[in-house]
Unconditional design. Sequence first.
Length: 322
Amino acid sequence: MEKKLNAILKIVAESNEPIGSPEISARLKELGIDLSERTVRHHLQQLGEEGLVRVFWKEGRMLTKKGQEELANSMISEKIGLVSSRIESLAYQMSFDLKAKQGTVIFNLSLFHKSDISKALKIMAEAFKKGFCNGQMVSLTEAGQEIGGFKVPTGKVCFGTMCATNLNGILLKSGIPVESKFGGVLQVEEGKPLRFTELVSYSGSTLDPHEIFLRSKMTSVREACKGFGKILAGLREIPAASRKQVEEIIAAAEQAGLGGTLYVGRSGQPVLGMPVGVERVGLVIPGGLNPVAACEEWGIEVENRALSTLVDYADLVRFEKL
């Protein structure tokens, strides 16, 4: 029960405007928590009686100061594994069909000030050109418009990028199990991946690891584009027996504008200094937020929401067409 109430509080806290039970119920399902709208209304009433949320127009709720404190102090044991659970949930929910090139894909959302977006696009171009991104398909959404259920606030522009978790979903739909091990910072030398310098396990973090590294200013994507620097990347593991099939799937995904890999290991062999399980193969995947990281390195203010939402592939364009 405490886990469900904490999840509801977190969803209310993340909303930029009053949010009602239908939206909360839908977001809970994305986290693997199946609660009906009626049950959510019951919990909201309970939270209201405790002074943690308050009612605004049209029965929408927002967090009170007491609610913010409660969420911040909630039991850490209830938070552990939230990122890994969301990865699994979104990978299962995405409906993209690689052959038909249609369906929903998983997106990261990044909010820029409208006055910065032209400069930001120029800065990001090199990262997309070098392949330090998770695919070429992007979106650009103006203030007042919606993307994936998120309404862009006044004065902002929302830039959307493909999330590395799309590979999980594509492989899952092909019957290939894939395990997301770590999100990390990858050192690049002479344009090639050398080793991971920082790692955070997806199963032990309440935030997407790449968001953590971005906030800590630990990347140098612009320098990596010149040959030497540090980028965001993730480590996945697949069964060794599926290696050939996975390589074919990745090649098809790249043609569709989805992300590829930076490095594919061999059965049971370490990948860029990281151990891999027996009869397993490691895949190093570039982070979808690398182009945005280049903007932050330049000094442009960005608000990132990794693993944010599902969007229709048909609504996306290749970066080069922006």
